[in-house]
Write a protein that binds this ligand. Structure first.
Ligand code: NAD
Length: 350
């Protein structure tokens, strides 16, 4: 499939394919925009059905990072990497070192970090080959390390804003919340929700992840195919994207959708579909910016954990504004967020 005529091509600045014979590394890095700073966004390691799916994913994810970093007020443009995993092939330090060398060839135009399928440990191997990586272990109260606890904190506080706006309640206490995917972000989010008194429904395709959450708190495990349609107040997608579609939206019973997954809407029309059903959607890249806020503080070396906590706290205020604007204008939340992001990037270009 071509790139310039690809449905997800959005004037991306550059696209880079990497292959390393020795380790089997196959990776694509997409730099969507450097208008606000180096293109930053995590690395996803995933088993894709084919190269075309990987390309679609990296084009969409990198654009999302431009919007996320802009709305969060970070000095980062948007980029993303995908590593094409073979089914069953283990991760290896050599693979991530090879990936680090690939990132290094871009000379700082792209800054990487963790995303689905990658850990802090993997980023340490990347760091052996390049400085252009964040999400590394820190000490002494400095910002950084695994971004997912921060992503989850922002999501939890964003859910509080959303239930306030849609259900008129001040907390999630007693609400039924469905969490799709209990990996890094999903598990941390469940901890916050449980502590705040929510009733939890969870799904995952990994039995290890389910065992972990079940060991920690009472949850009802729902088969992955049913979770989106559970009879709950809040749906918190924390797995992969493309889940809110013309096929799924009519069957969703939650009144609020607010979670950490990137690219939840399959198309912009699906955001309209949610608004028409009076389901309040927290734009994914606004609510899940906690991790990249931590990554930015670590990368620029200018923040403590407490500074990150304060900045992550601002996500809730941004969402409140978007929800308020949506109520006043009757426009879908994703449109308002996209408009805000594009205006920030356009101002930076000028
Ligand atoms: P992760 O790989 O640790 O967790 C994802 C979980 O989803 C895994 O446990 C996986 O088994 C599960 N999953 C996959 N398909 C599923 C399905 N169909 N149904 C149920 N579960 C399924 O990844 P993560 O870091 O927790 O990221 C989760 C989402 O949040 C991703 O979309 C990611 O891009 C986004 N995100 C993550 C961060 C971060 O800080 N890690 C930041 C912003 C956005």
């Amino acid at each position: 499939m071509g790139v310039f005529d690809h449905a997800e091509f959005d004037n991306h600045e550059s696209l880079h394919y990497f292959h390393d014979v020795a380790t089997g590394l196959k990776a694509i890095v997409a730099v969507h925009s450097t208008a606000l700073g180096p293109a930053a966004g995590g690395t996803r390691r995933w088993v894709y059905n084919n190269d075309a799916d990987a390309l679609t994913d990296v084009l969409r994810l990198s654009r999302g990072m431009t919007y996320k970093n802009a709305v969060a007020g970070l000095k980062f443009g948007g980029g993303k990497a995908v590593i094409l995993a073979d089914d069953g092939s283990p991760k290896s330090p050599e693979l991530f070192r090879a990936f680090g060398r690939s990132v290094n060839t871009l000379g700082g135009k792209y800054i990487t970090a963790e995303d689905v399928g990658c850990s802090v440990e993997d980023m340490r191997y990347v760091h052996e080959e390049t400085e252009f990586v964040s999400g590394l272990p820190q000490s002494g109260g400095d910002a950084g390390g695994d971004p997912s606890p921060w992503t989850a904190l922002g999501c939890f506080q964003g859910i509080e804003a959303a239930v306030q706006a849609r259900l008129g309640v001040d907390s999630v206490k007693g609400l039924r919340v469905a969490v799709q995917g209990v990996g890094h972000v999903g598990l941390y989010l469940c901890r916050h929700l449980h502590e705040a008194g929510a009733e939890l429904f969870v799904s995952d395709v990994s039995s290890d992840c389910l065992k972990q959450v079940e060991a920690e708190m009472p949850v009802t495990v729902v088969p992955p195919a049913d979770l989106l349609f559970a009879d709950v107040d809040v749906l918190a997608p924390c797995a992969l994207g493309n889940i809110l579609t013309s096929a799924t939206i009519p069957k969703i019973r939650a009144k609020v959708i607010a979670g950490g997954a990137n690219n939840q809407l399959s198309t912009p029309a699906d955001g309209v579909g949610l608004a028409e059903r009076d389901i309040l959607y927290a734009p994914d890249y606004v609510i899940n910016a906690g991790g990249i806020i931590s990554v930015a503080a670590e990368y620029y070396g200018n923040g403590s954990e407490e500074d990150v906590r304060t900045d992550v706290g601002r996500i809730k205020d941004r969402l409140k504004k978007i929800f308020e604007q949506a109520r006043e204008t009757g426009r879908p939340t994703h449109e308002l967020a996209d408009e805000l992001a594009r205006s920030i990037v356009a101002a930076a270009r000028q």
